[in-house]
Design a protein around this ligand. Sequence first.
Ligand SMILES: Cc1cc2nc3c(=O)[nH]c(=O)nc-3n(C[C@H](O)[C@H](O)[C@H](O)COP(=O)(O)OP(=O)(O)OC[C@H]3O[C@@H](n4cnc5c(N)ncnc54)[C@H](O)[C@@H]3O)c2cc1C
Length: 467
Amino acid sequence: MPGIDFSEPFDVVVAGGGNAALCAAITAARGGARVLVVEGAPAFYRGGNTRHTRNLRCAHDGTAPTMTGPYAQEEFLDDLMRVTAGQTDKELAALTIARSAELIGWMNEQGVRFQPPLGGTLSLGKTNAFFLGGGRGMLNSLYRQAEALGVAVLYDSPVTALTVENGFFMSATVTHEGRPQSVRGRALVAACGGFEANIDWLREYWGAAADNFLIRGTPYNRGDVLKMLHEAGVSEIGDPTQCHAVAIDARAPKFDGGIATRLDSVVFGIMVNKEAKRFYDEGEDTWPKRYAIWGRLVAQQPEQIAYSIIDSRSLRLFMPSIFPAVEAASIGELAVKLGLPPDALERTVREFNAAVKPGTFDHTILDDCRTEGLAIPKSHWARTISEPPFYGYPLRPGITFTYLGVKVNNEARMLMKDGTPSGNMYAAGEIMAGNVLGKGYLAGIGMTIGAVFGRIAGEKAAVHAHN
Ligand SMILES: Cc1cc2nc3c(=O)[nH]c(=O)nc-3n(C[C@H](O)[C@H](O)[C@H](O)COP(=O)(O)OP(=O)(O)OC[C@H]3O[C@@H](n4cnc5c(N)ncnc54)[C@H](O)[C@@H]3O)c2cc1C
């Protein structure tokens, strides 16, 4: 580890290398702290799930040049309350939203640039600020800034052990080039994600179904530090079965498939399971409000697989898929190609088509095209599947991130199981997102939580180190 002096304790040790970690490191360095970032991934893969992101959600007054608006804090809070059904720490939710209003300005100061949203991005132009160059562009700016401020970064160096005494962080062991290195610090910021890439851990809650999950992001977020913190007496937050999960192309890689593997075809046709049976209202509400329920719905189906079936009228209405659709001249042929029972799929499509009522199709609004008489209705955008060629996509649950985490207070300080704040341990990002997200998700809030709590953690950790 050339150039890094381990003989003196660092003021702030930041575990992780994504948005939350970098926001903490930059803020701590600006507060005068000597900061070390330990990133478990090699340099090329630095930045965890943040690499895959496109935007963050922020309250604003409508003057941001790349956003339509305004998006008032009250409206943001209403949206959060709705998606979480009130399962949020209200103080931390209000704090997140209030401080979200500072993020565009702060990010700009760090060299991050924004752009207007492209089409097909879930209609988020009013509420979400899009990074120019995506999450990777944003991370590159943050890393450049951190390094300019003197932050030391150690890549390919996962934290493999923590020494915590009575809620007080003493040191971390990181493994670098196969050798353990002890890293002492006056404060710790844990910003190393959830446990979504740890299939064994997911299996504890989901059983064998977890083997069929695809992980949309980094393979490095295995929850090791999260587990160490719980074992060291830090209070847990969040339901371990809760996570953000969308339906993604079943042909996607096991890890790191990213945004391109999401399929937005669901509302335009029907979804069936491997028995060729429909299982949920595909037109219940607009796609931005419903896309995040489909991962969990597919997870509940036999063998955790489902198929989106559309006809030729719908193929160009959603973002192009990265893998081509399976195409066939008839429903029976499509079933054979997808490995579905042909009779069953033909019956499902026949019954669905017969139930479709006349209406005026408009996928930009909650239109009046619906079914009548089906046990599982389709409430909007119901058109017969009747114009060949027919198309199908196989889908699997794509896990974005888990919500089980560490409990924090409004200073981003971890809370111990007896309710007292830790002496010097802070957390930011996915690892504590469950404080704000009891369930549900609001597009872009993952980055908001990471940036807001990263900045708070960095500031408080630096102050602590100097006292
Ligand atoms: C495909 C995809 C698209 C997404 N799009 C968006 C979006 O547009 N907007 C949005 O708000 N959210 C989005 N999200 C969610 C978003 O990525 C997360 O909420 C956010 O990036 C979390 O930031 P973080 O810093 O907490 O975690 P991460 O960015 O995941 O960083 C965690 C870091 O910890 C490191 N690490 C893990 N274990 C260890 C260890 N033991 N020791 C040291 N380091 C370790 C990892 O290598 C990684 O660098 C998306 C997620 C995915 C997968």
